[in-house]
Every structure is written in C-alpha cells, then in structure tokens.
Design a protein around this ligand. Structure first.
Ligand SMILES: Cc1cc2nc3c(=O)[nH]c(=O)nc-3n(C[C@H](O)[C@H](O)[C@H](O)COP(=O)(O)OP(=O)(O)OC[C@H]3O[C@@H](n4cnc5c(N)ncnc54)[C@H](O)[C@@H]3O)c2cc1C
Length: 367
C-alpha cells in the first residue's frame, strides 16, 4: 500500500499506543498528522489506584497530548469520533463533522456502561470523568455523617485495586465514619486469568480491608441499597460508535486486525490497544497497548512509504502489578509468578514513573 502525498494520517484517540507513536515520530514531508482526542490530556491508568488512594496528585497521571503533538509536528484536534465510513475514507467527528483521511489509526481504548442506581455511581471509565467525580465524592464524604455501603462490581485487577484504594482513602479522611464494602464478581473466582497464588493474595488483602467478596454473583439492579455508593469496574466493552463503523469486527465488537495491526477489512486502517482484536485474542491491558506501539509507529511510516510492514509479536503472558494502598503490590504473570511485598510496590512505582518520565522532557514544549 502506498499513500500518495500530500496525505493525511489521522490518529484517533490518545491511548498508550498513540502517545508512544507520537513520542517516536519524526515529521514526514507532505504528511499531515492529526490526533483526535476529546481532551488535551491523556490519563495513564496504571497510576489511577495510587491517585484514588491519595498517594499522588492528579497531574502525576496525565500526559500532555498537545505537547506531544507539538514535538511530533502533528495537529491536535479536540473532538471525538462518532462514526466512520472506511470505504469513503471519512471519519465523523462530534463537533467538526466529516474529516477525510488517507491513513487512519484507532487507539480509543474500551469503555464501561454503568447502570442507573439510586445513589452515587462511579465508573472506572472514561478516566477523565472518574478524575472529575472522585474529588466531588470525597468532598461529600468529608461533609457528611453516618455509615455508608460501598459496592464495587467487577472482579478483575482494576476492580480489586480500586476497591482497596477507595476504601483506604475514605477511611483515612474520615476514620469516624463506617464503610461496609462488598465486591461483586460474576466469575466463580476472583481475578479470572490470574494464577491461584495471586488470587489468594488478593483475597487476603480484601479480607484484611473488611471487604465481603461475592464471587460467582452477577450484580443486578436492586442488589445495592438506595444511597449506597456503586463503583463500576465490570468488563471492558467496545465504544458504541465502533459497532456501525463498517470495519470488520471481532465477535466481541472490537476492530479485527492482522499481525501488522492493519484492519482485516481495510488496508489503510490500523488499530492498537484495547480497540484492536488480535487473533488469537489478547487480554485488554495497558501493557499490551504499550507493546504494540513500536510496530504501529513503524507500520504507519512504512504504509506511507509503501514499504513492507512488520508483524507484531505479542508476549504470551504479560506482567501485571496490582497496587495495594499501603505502597505494597502483588505481582502476577502467567502460571508461575505470584509475589507480594514492598519491593514489588517499588518495582511498580519505578515502572509507572519510568513510563511517565519518557514524556516529561516534551511536557513544557507546548505552544
Ligand atoms: C483503574 C484502572 C487501572 C488499570 N491498571 C492497569 C495496569 O496497572 N496495567 C495495565 O496493563 N492495564 C491497566 N488497566 C487497563 C488499561 O487501562 C487499558 O487496557 C489501557 O488503558 C488500554 O490502552 P489503550 O491505549 O487501548 O487506550 P486508553 O489508554 O484507554 O486510551 C484511549 C483514549 O482514546 C480516547 N477516546 C475514547 N473514545 C474516543 C473517541 N470516540 N474519539 C476520540 N478519542 C477517543 C480516550 O479519551 C483516551 O484518551 C487499568 C484500567 C483501569 C480502569
């Protein structure tokens, strides 16, 4: 595939893969690179539990997309996709309307659909909303009186981390107010996909925090008492607009890609991170998105130049580090790694801060 220049490459979404692609990008003559993002900043989810627990400031988990674009010679357009016509090569945007592209790369992550509930509901996605709403809930918590029930739905790693972090913060702020926490998990055991040693450690951490674990229980409307707080961390879902986008999708609704991260139906569309459905399927995680970035960056340049594309070689299993609010963490990988302690917490902090540090040199270059 060769793209005639002048041409336009549209990067849709400021996810991990696009942030790293921009970081490595050198401008190409005749190529107009446009990043579409609903916000000027992108959030790094690995640090969300630390922020919820009150260990770090919100600025510590955001990446400045405007500065990244400036350094890469790209344009940032604050907008969001609402549709796509891949045969006409047109992206539909909520505010700017139709945007023509020659090459499109999708890195819009996944989303969560929290249900209505007669009480505060906090969904873990979209992250910018969580960043705005959590401080409001904390202010309410500090002003209020009496006990509350706190229900979290979702038995994955993010659910466990967020339950422990939120509890820690609420109890630290108001030790005089009681919280009764429950964690609902529809699978028979907590943390599907993680090994037994990790599950045991996570269950013990929840137990120490007084969390009632309701494994094998699918949360239903009415399970949480009116007025209780509901944290929604159940199952990542594809964004709604992908369903009608005209690209070939996987059974679970994400953009089906080849090893080159090219859409299986359209050569000039790429997808990475949670948006992409690889064969065989890969877990949805930030680590996976980060690992796709070098292949994506290479292949987007190669596609413009008509050069051969590389195949992404996914790791069979990836490292997950579950943050505990006291600074410790649980390490998990495949069937073999289950470890917990302060050293694991330092390891997680080091990896997270190393990731963020890669962006700090360009953080002050925005116009
Ligand atoms: C609390 C929490 C903690 C987590 N911790 C970890 C962890 O420690 N390690 C790990 O590997 N994974 C972790 N995950 C999972 C991880 O967040 C995701 O798998 C990862 O963010 C996916 O990255 P991505 O690059 O696909 O997209 P994302 O990082 O989700 O970014 C997508 C971007 O696209 C933008 N966007 C969305 N819709 C549109 C649209 N229509 N138009 C334009 N832009 C759009 C969004 O604003 C966002 O900036 C965690 C998740 C949560 C919720």
């Amino acid at each position: 595939m060769t793209v005639a220049t002048p041409a336009r490459l549209v990067l849709l979404g400021g996810g991990h893969a696009h942030a790293l692609t921009l970081l490595a990008w050198a401008p190409m003559a005749g190529l107009d690179v446009v990043l579409i993002s609903p916000q000027r900043e992108a959030c790094y989810s690995g640090l969300v539990p630390a922020w919820l627990a009150g260990r770090i400031a919100p600025e510590a988990l955001t990446l400045d997309l405007a500065a990244l674009c400036h350094a890469a010679g790209a344009r940032l357009v604050i907008d969001e996709a609402t549709g796509l016509d891949p045969d006409r090569r047109v992206l539909m945007l909520a505010h700017a309307g139709a945007l023509r592209y020659d090459l499109l790369s999708i890195n819009t992550g996944s989303t969560l659909h929290a249900p209505a509930h007669a009480g505060p509901v906090l969904a873990l996605r979209p992250l910018p909303r969580l960043l705005a709403e959590w401080p409001m809930r904390l202010a309410e918590w500090q002003r209020g009186e009496g006990p509350i029930a706190l229900d979290l739905v979702g038995g994955g790693a993010a659910g466990v981390e967020v339950m422990l972090a939120a509890l820690h913060r609420l109890r630290t702020l108001r030790p005089d107010r009681a919280v009764t926490p429950r964690l609902f998990c529809s699978s028979a055991r907590l943390l599907p996909g993680h090994n037994a040693g990790v599950v045991r450690r996570a269950e013990a951490a929840l137990q120490r925090a007084g969390v009632q674990l309701k494994a094998g229980t699918r949360w239903q409307l009415g399970d949480s008492a009116p007025g209780s707080w509901l944290l929604w961390a159940a199952g990542a879902e594809p964004p709604d607009w992908l369903a009608q986008c005209g690209l070939q999708l996987s059974a679970d609704g994400y953009a089906a890609v080849r090893p080159s991260l090219q859409s299986t139906s359209h050569d000039n569309v790429f997808a990475a991170g949670d948006s992409a459905a690889f064969t065989p399927p890969l877990g949805k995680s930030g680590v996976r998105a980060v690992r796709m970035a070098p292949t994506l960056a290479h292949n987007l340049r190669a596609a413009v130049r008509g050069q051969p594309l590389q195949a992404h070689q996914p790791q069979r299993d990836t490292l997950a580090l579950l943050a505990l609010p006291d600074g410790r963490a649980i390490a998990s990988r495949g069937h073999w790694l289950a470890a917990q302690g302060r050293a694991v917490g330092w390891w997680k902090d080091w990896l997270d801060h190393r990731f963020m540090h890669r962006f700090s040199s360009i953080a002050h270059q925005a116009p």
